[in-house]
Design a protein around this ligand. Sequence first.
Ligand code: PPS
Length: 273
Amino acid sequence: MGFPVKAFNSGLDYCAKPEDIFVCSYPKCGTTWLQNMVYLILNDGVPLSLDQFLPRVFPHLEEVGKEVCNQLPTPRLIKTHLPFSITPHNSKARYLYVARNPFDCAVSFFHHTRGFPQHYDFLDGEFEEFFECFIAGEVDFGDYFDNLIPWYKRKDDENVLFITYESMKADSYRSIMAIADFLEVEIFKNKKMIDSIIKYSSFDAMQKNQTRWASLRSDTVEPFIRKGIVGDWVNYFTPKQTHRLLEKYFYKTKGTGIDNLWLDVLESATKNN
Ligand code: PPS
């Protein structure tokens, strides 16, 4: 991932405050989108100004370390891909977790890995090669399921909001209302504000300003806000790969309830393998 080791270790040591708001996820599952929604909800629907950058306003804990996070205004807005067990915990802090089906996540992660040649040296890498790393859990932040499952188990905790990328796509209004409710921000009476949050968190609006959202590193060669759809995986997965990921999905998530999370995707994957 190319984060400075010192910052990564310091991030693990961060002491969460009761007012903190964390956006948590496995990589490529809609983190930036959710961060922007949270930001807009807390800021009356007014988008980041031209001289503001999301990674500064809402930094990635493991990338910048605790010193940077300690300097943030209250409520501190913090992004993390850490697994639940080592995410800094405070029983009063709020944790929003966004999950995305593993098929689309893998494709997005593939592009991300090609996109940072100085870190991954994978500029000409093929999906076939990346898929083997993904399914083995040998990618940044480890195995997809090991991140998802423990967070999913906390989904009914009072200070956790579990949301999916697909539900944000299907109904952004409803997702925004659920997030605002969780953050205890009253926006439901203010139609203008809601419209503004929807507008500025839309794919088109976010795609316009790539540099606004990306990591503090500037060496990416692929757009960070890339395609933003559900189902792009069908353009990459072979039937055999689909079968293998499905098998792992059902094996890992058995008895957790996650097998009901992406029924459409699972159905189409089952037909495709
Ligand atoms: S990271 O690097 O882990 O923080 O990446 P992350 O932000 O989690 O995920 C990036 C993917 O989210 C898509 N994205 C969006 N989709 C729909 N609408 C909006 N507004 C939006 N913003 C970001 C982004 O395009 C990446 O997905 P892919 O499939 O690669 O397009």
